[in-house]
Design a protein around this ligand. Structure first.
Ligand SMILES: [Zn+2]
Ligand SMILES: [Zn+2]
Length: 291
């Protein structure tokens, strides 16, 4: 790899609770502007993050390098990444006070595209890369409920099993820093009818081995599944393995930047995370643990 991988900066917590909820450094690292499938300019996100008093904000628009080279309309084409990064940099000058702006990317994982993904991540100065599985083969997992409705349960089970196998391979690839919206296959309210605990455990073991962070992505509370990504039992699997967790909104507009964050921190507290577990700062894909 062209970059060094150290550890996450885990800041010493400020040590008090507010309204019974965890009090941590507030970041919002999973965000999409009009560069991919979100609304608003990057600078609008930065201004809102400043106004909300976030400590750190990161832009993470989509980049999909599909193995069959198909153009994905909601993805930044690889040749536009330099302009995207320049725009994040320019917008960061708008940041007031203590807000730090990070350059991120949400990249799709395909085992067939590993080399191409590695090249892109090495070429550009990203602070972090979210690795996400949005496809099972050519089947877009989170595009439309109708696609799932047309399937029989056996086909759904096959997709959900394949999804977890891809997540395991994604972690084993060591290409990414954050595991994006684990459990995405439940988006439209469809769940496996077979026991996939072995596949899920293998994926979480690989994530723990890779040193990746898992996100508690609050957008699931606004989807038909009406549940955060990932489920409570998977979050418990993360804590059992010592996997760090950050709270993200998967914001597709500036107004969603911290949507349901208080609810998410309360849930993490319930699962057993404490403040210091959640004080994570990401910089230039180098991670340090503060003393
Ligand atoms: Zn995603
Ligand atoms: Zn996203």
């Amino acid at each position: 790899m062209a970059y060094n991988r150290f550890w996450f900066k885990m800041l010493v917590c400020c040590g008090f609770c507010l309204c019974d909820k965890l009090r941590t450094m507030r970041t919002s690292y999973h965000t999409h502007s009009r560069w991919s499938d979100g609304e608003g300019e990057i600078v609008d996100f930065v201004r809102t993050a400043s106004r909300l008093g976030l400590d750190e904000f990161g832009m993470s628009d989509h980049c999909v390098i599909h193995p069959n080279n198909s153009r994905i309309p909601w993805s930044i084409p690889a040749e536009m990444l330099e302009s995207y990064i320049e725009e994040v940099r320019a917008a960061s000058y708008e940041a007031q006070g203590s807000l730090t702006v990070r350059i991120g990317i949400e990249m799709d994982y395909f085992s067939e595209s590993e080399d191409a993904i590695r090249d892109v991540l090495a070429k550009y100065p990203f602070d972090y890369a979210i690795g996400s599985v949005h496809f099972f083969g050519d089947f877009p997992i989170d595009e439309a409920a109708e696609r799932w409705d047309k399937l029989d349960q056996k086909q759904r089970d096959q997709i959900i099993r394949g999804y977890w196998q891809s997540v395991r391979k994604m972690a084993e690839s060591r290409l990414f820093d954050i595991a994006g919206h684990l459990d995405l296959t439940k988006k439209f309210g469809h769940f496996a009818s077979i026991d996939l605990s072995a596949e899920i455990s293998a994926a979480l073991d690989a994530i723990a081995d890779s040193g990746m962070i898992v996100e508690l992505n609050t957008s699931g509370w606004h989807r038909p599944c009406n549940e955060q990504y990932p489920s409570l039992s998977i979050l418990q699997g993360c804590i059992d393995r010592g996997i760090p967790v950050i709270v993200t909104a998967d914001a597709h507009s500036p107004r969603e930047l911290t949507r349901d964050f208080d609810r998410a921190y309360a849930l993490l507290q319930e699962v057993g995370y404490v403040e210091k577990d959640l004080e994570i700062r990401i910089a230039q894909r180098n991670f340090c643990k503060l003393k």
